[in-house]
Ligand binder design. Structure first.
Ligand code: ZN
Length: 202
């Protein structure tokens, strides 16, 4: 499937002048929530992701997403894989925790699913929470990959910023590797425009 077209059609791939959470500027931005706005379209994406995971021979009991961003993608991926869906949430101390009566059995095979993997920080914390309960993290998955971490089947190599362990595979539909600039070197700033915050905290 043409993942970039799916993002563009959903207005999830924005073009303009954006201030990223890192403080850098970019001419493109992924508004990941938008691609999940229509459940039937979201299911097409997670069906494709589930096929990649099955084709790789990964056995999975449960999909776990870090809240809030990963929950919808994780839920749809669990439906596509026909397995259980749970989520972890921030524990207020910089980590993630399983709440709401969700449980993990020792040795349970878990995929950590995000809507988008940037450096993988939230996904790593989710994995640590699952492993602390005796679960086995068998893979990471995301609809989109920002190109810091290497995904299965891509020639894009892992960057130093990637926080995901290299011994666990990352499945993702596509790499979205955008050029980023510091405010001082940003060509759009030089032309006199102002960067806008496009994300959840804008
Ligand atoms: Zn700029």
């Amino acid at each position: 499937m043409d993942v970039e077209k799916a993002y563009k059609d959903a207005n999830a791939l924005l073009e303009g002048h954006f201030l990223l959470a890192s403080g850098n500027h970019s001419a493109r931005y992924l508004q990941s929530a938008k691609v999940l706005e229509h459940p039937k379209k979201a299911a097409e994406l997670t069906d494709a992701l589930a096929k990649m995971i099955r084709d790789a021979g990964i056995e999975v009991d449960t999909v776990c997403a870090p809240a809030l961003g990963g929950v919808l993608a994780g839920y749809e991926l669990a439906r596509s894989l026909d397995v259980r869906s749970i989520f972890v949430e921030k524990d207020g101390k910089g980590g993630m925790v399983l709440r709401r009566g969700f449980e993990i059995k020792p040795g349970e095979k878990v995929i950590i699913c995000e809507d988008i993997i940037t450096t993988g920080g939230s996904a790593l914390k989710a994995a640590q929470a699952i492993e602390a309960l005796g679960g086995e993290v068998v893979a990471f998955a995301s609809l989109a990959n920002r190109g810091f971490c290497k995904r299965v089947g891509s020639s894009v190599t892992t960057k130093p910023e990637c926080k995901l362990p290299s011994n666990i595979p990352l499945f993702s539909l596509a790499d979205f590797t955008f050029e980023m600039y510091t405010p001082e070197t940003c060509p759009m700033c030089k032309e006199g425009s102002t960067a806008i915050k496009p994300g959840s905290k804008g």
